[in-house]
Write a protein that binds this ligand. Structure first.
Ligand code: SAM
Length: 243
């Protein structure tokens, strides 16, 4: 397997860091979009009952987030969990494998999985319930809007694993790899915090590298593929590569 690493350090002394790992890069985005859709096409799942939804799932409407952001709590441990434990978020968490795996392993840390689509999050809630996790919540919201509610220094780690490339010009408003969102995310990190970015998409990999000079607060490091807990797409992608 070809593994591409970048060891360019943009700002050697200043935390936080952005770790970048890229398994076998592919240049065509079509197959990637199709596989991303397959993560979103979750069938045979029902909304959680009200008592479990109240415990595990927030649903933040885009119109209200845009017009009246003050209605919503901050994306922070005090705002969502009522404590001051470190907070880690998974953007585009889909069915929640990564969040639930990490939360199960590190009960002293809070985890928030965020996705714009409801059904995968219902599956993610089922997983959290099965593990009886007290340190996990999920948020259905558009990250472009929700990111405004991240206070400076609220986050220990941000996972951005296998986002859809959305490189066509008509898709640019939906991209998660774009300067404004990345700037807000970087500002939300604690000193020494980390954005963990993983992609198998060559154009997206280069897009991120191109954007990094505009984010001098982030130090870039490579990230080996030794993550013991993997997202849905990470596992599916590895299976396809190993086949
Ligand atoms: C294939 S997926 C990657 C899922 C997961 N990170 C993984 O590695 O398996 C991209 C996910 O990002 C979510 N997403 C796309 N745009 C988003 C947005 N603006 N806000 C929040 N989630 C978004 C999609 O619904 C989808 O579940």
């Amino acid at each position: 397997m070809k593994v591409a690493f970048s060891n360019r350090v943009l700002s050697p002394s200043t935390p936080p860091i952005l770790t970048l790992w890229s398994p076998q890069l592919v240049s065509k985005s079509d197959s990637r979009e199709a596989r991303c859709d397959s993560v979103e096409r979750v069938t045979k799942v029902s909304p959680p009952p009200p008592e479990l939804a109240a415990r595990y799932l927030h649903t933040w409407n885009s119109r209200a987030l845009y017009a009246e952001p003050e209605q919503f709590p901050p994306i922070s441990s005090p705002g969502l969990f009522g404590n001051d434990h470190p907070l880690e978020i998974d953007i585009g968490c889909a069915t929640g494998e990564l969040v639930v795996g990490l939360a199960d392993e590190r009960p002293e840390v809070n985890f928030l999985g965020i996705d714009i689509v409801a059904k995968p999050l219902w599956r993610a809630v089922e997983r959290a319930v099965a593990h009886d996790l007290a340190n996990t919540q999920f948020l259905q919201a558009d990250m472009h809007l929700a990111a405004r509610l991240i206070p400076p220094g609220a986050l220990q780690t941000i996972y951005l694993h296998f986002p859809a490339p959305l490189l066509a010009n008509r898709q640019r408003r939906r991209r998660l790899i774009e300067p404004e969102l990345l700037g807000r995310l970087a500002a939300g990190l604690i000193s020494g915090g980390r954005i963990s970015f993983v992609t198998d998409q060559e154009p997206l990999y280069h897009e991120l590298l191109n954007l990094l000079p505009g984010l001098p607060q982030l130090e870039l490091r490579s990230q080996p593929d030794d993550m013991p807990i993997k997202s849905h797409y990470h596992v599916a992608g590895r299976r396809a590569v190993d086949r």
